[in-house]
Design a protein around this ligand. Structure first.
Ligand SMILES: C[S@@+](CC[C@H](N)C(=O)[O-])C[C@H]1O[C@@H](n2cnc3c(N)ncnc32)[C@H](O)[C@@H]1O
Length: 200
């Protein structure tokens, strides 16, 4: 039964997002894995295919319980740092041998200029981080830095989300290295587009 997943995709402010994921944390892995959550693997494979040096540190923004970090580790990335606004999700991640460092942050409080690669897997969209998070993450990257992220079907149907991405592309502040629509949650028949974009 999808107890939390059924409530995941509704509009929330940062504080209710934190509360929601704190409550979901103990059962998040079991529920979302049973639902066939494949976007972390797709993001990790896409990023690996556009990264020459797998030892380059990645900031896994919205790392949650560590499923995204595990996917990056599985494809060979060796230095993965995680940040998330929900302490109970970070505690789940801490129990696994994935991350070099883990920190609880205020919403969108991304370290600037410290990472050439940032990920936001299943993070931006209805029920989680807002469209403006793309700007925050892109400003945190240096020139030539890469952002790998996903938009699920809800985000893809929302012009404020896709519009925010398009602004970066249309004004040549970034270019798309990879964009592929595919499975997100197999059991729910929900898809996502995985993007790798490079900052100019
Ligand atoms: C659906 S989970 C994805 C977790 C992990 N990346 C994965 O793929 O399993 C979304 C995560 O984003 C975090 N999050 C949502 N909005 C955020 C924000 N504005 N700043 C930091 N973390 C945020 C939530 O606390 C939650 O852990």
């Amino acid at each position: 039964m999808s107890i939390f997943l059924d409530q995941a995709f509704v509009n929330r402010d940062h504080e209710s997002t934190r509360k929601f994921y704190n409550t979901w944390a103990p059962s998040y892995d079991a529920e979302i894995t049973a639902a066939g959550y494949v976007t972390p693997t797709r993001c990790a494979e896409a990023l690996a295919s556009h990264t020459a040096d797998l030892s380059a540190p990645i900031l896994d923004f919205g790392c949650g319980s560590g499923l995204s970090g595990q996917a990056f580790k599985d494809v060979g990335f060796t230095q993965i740092d995680g940040v998330d606004l929900a302490p109970a999700m970070i505690e789940q991640a801490r129990a696994k041998d994935i991350y070099r460092s883990l920190s609880v942050i205020e919403a969108d409080a991304t370290p600037k200029g410290q990472y050439a690669v940032i990920s936001a897997v299943g993070v931006i969209g209805l029920g989680a981080a807002p469209s403006t998070t793309i700007d925050v993450l892109m400003y945190a990257l240096p020139k030539g830095g890469k952002l790998v992220f996903s938009f699920n079907d809800h985000a893809l149907a929302d012009p404020t989300q896709t519009g925010r991405l398009n602004e970066w592309i249309d004004c040549s502040a970034a270019r798309v290295l990879f964009a592929e629509y595919g499975a997100h949650l197999l059991i729910q028949n929900m898809n996502s587009t995985v993007y790798v974009i490079e900052k100019y």
